[in-house]
Design a protein around this ligand. Structure first.
Ligand code: ADP
Ligand code: MG
Length: 458
């Protein structure tokens, strides 16, 4: 046996005997080298699969073809399909589940990088609310073509729609319901950079959905103050984050919280010690100012409490809840929950170079987004009709809310007759987001259970 100690027993020491410890070192080095090579190849393969190989595309030709489609589309009258889809008929405000798509405007970087807009929208309501995605494809014979996939939703919002427009067509009609004990839950779904945070929280120039909702709740409170003599419900704000199975209080220095189940059927699940701040409702300006300050504080603790502040928000779900409470018992009456979901691109495995933490995060996000889809689908399919169903409603149907912490926490919002769910699927217009956008549209379509897809043609 060749002695290696005392000379150089590190990698790279060449010793002929395979049985010797040095031989093992050599084998390890070779294995490592092969592994690195394999990883490199897989990474290249993944990149090739993931991105559209736009270097081969004539951008002008692509743009012209998409433009021709758009022109055609503007002239077409979409006929009402001869099918009846549960939940889509009737008064919009009675829709238990509403699934909408929002396309964000193309930005400077995308324009500069020839990352062209491949989305054509047809706004309006179903079945005329459609979105078409023009997927650049390379055929087996290496010729290039565009495949257009078309999807129908309850609403499709184009890049010109403001948060106020979105508010008016999706949730404005549901605000009053929370005064009767109803619960409304709104999810923003989509890949990172598709506009989820812009939709819910807004930007310095444009107030988000939460702002419009809070404002209308406050106005309704002021109205009931003049209409009734009884005590007014009080408005409370909670803001927390879900990172895997962990819950963090964003209004209390990101303290870790626990989810508890109580035997009380009226309040079966609650987060212990979750901060709930009363918001003044009589003076609108004062109430909104307090709300904004609290949310800003929450955002600050969200980013400073984590190690990688920049990408943290794409790896966790942020939940903002506006709850109306009985002023004497402080028991929750109705509730509005807004959820800025983790980036959906995280739900796909990023290949062999992914670190263990990232793999864990991806699997947690995947689990929660799948379970969210299953819960909404179950809700929709078990839509109660008639007296028996009404009696059963809230307890009789099986909603798989235990599938993830996200759905477990929101259990009470999924149950009960007066509850409403709205999903806004956010999509980026760029060609290089094609795969993510297709995944988002398919996910959103399946949530409603009718597939979403209208047709797909070359
Ligand atoms: P996400 O939360 O999905 O990662 P963001 O909401 O942060 O995405 O949006 C990414 C960027 O695009 C932000 O700079 C945001 O201001 C901008 N943006 C998104 N949607 C819109 C929109 N509808 N109108 C204008 N800017 C938008
Ligand atoms: Mg965001």
């Amino acid at each position: 046996i060749t002695k290696t100690s005392g000379v150089n027993s590190g990698f790279g020491v060449l010793i002929s005997s395979a049985e010797s410890p040095g031989g093992t070192v050599l084998q390890i080095a070779q294995l490592k080298e092969r592994r690195e090579k394999r990883r490199k190849q897989q990474e290249e393969l993944r990149k090739a699969k993931e991105g559209v190989d736009d270097s081969q595309w004539d951008i002008m030709q692509l743009t012209d073809r998409i433009e021709a489609f758009r022109k055609d589309c503007r002239q077409q009258v979409v006929e009402t399909p001869d099918i009846s889809i549960e939940g889509l008929e009737g008064n919009n405000d009675n829709m238990r589940i509403r699934v909408c798509v929002r396309k964000r405007p193309i930005n400077e970087t995308e324009i500069a990088n020839n990352n062209i807009d491949i989305l054509t929208t047809r706004t309006a309501t179903y079945p005329n609310a459609q979105i078409h995605i023009h997927e650049p494809k390379t055929r087996l014979d290496l010729s290039r073509d565009i495949e257009t996939h078309s999807f129908g939703f309850d609403n499709v919002f184009d890049e010109k729609a403001s948060n106020k427009d979105l508010y008016a067509s999706t949730v404005a009609g549901l605000v009053e319901g929370i005064f009767q004990g109803g619960k409304v839950t709104l999810f923003a779904y989509g890949q990172t950079g598709s506009g989820k945070t812009h939709t819910i929280f807004g930007s310095p120039t444009e107030p988000g959905l939460f702002h419009h909702i809070a404002k209308d709740i406050m106005l309704l409170c002021a109205q009931s103050l003049s209409d009734t003599t009884g005590p007014l419900p009080t408005l409370h704000l909670s803001f927390f984050e879900l990172y895997g199975p962990q819950i963090y209080d964003l209004l209390n220095s990101r303290t870790r919280l626990t989810l508890l189940e109580s035997p009380n059927p009226k309040d079966p699940i609650y987060i212990q010690n979750l901060t709930s701040v009363p918001i003044p409702t009589v003076n609108l300006a004062e109430g909104l100012e307090k709300l904004l300050a609290l949310i800003a504080e929450g955002f600050k603790s969200r980013s400073t409490g984590s190690t990688q502040a920049n990408s943290h928000s794409s790896r966790s779900h942020a939940v903002l809840q506006l709850t109306l409470k009985n002023p004497t018992t402080l028991r929750p009456l109705g509730k509005f929950s807004l959820i800025d979901l983790a980036g959906s691109e995280r739900a796909t495995d990023r290949g062999p170079t992914t670190s263990l933490t990232t793999k864990w995060e991806s699997s947690e996000i995947n689990k929660s987004l799948l379970s969210l889809k299953e819960c909404i689908r179950a809700l929709h399919q078990h839509k109660p009709t008639g007296v028996t169903a009404r009696r059963k409603s809230g307890t009789g149907k099986h909603i798989p809310f235990r599938g993830s912490k996200l759905t477990h926490v929101l259990r009470d919002s999924f149950m009960g007759r007066g509850n409403r769910t709205v999903m806004i699927a956010c999509v980026a217009p760029g060609m290089r987001s094609c795969e993510c956008t297709l995944n988002t549209l398919r996910y959103a379509g399946r949530v409603k259970g009718y597939g979403g897809m209208v047709n797909s043609k070359g």
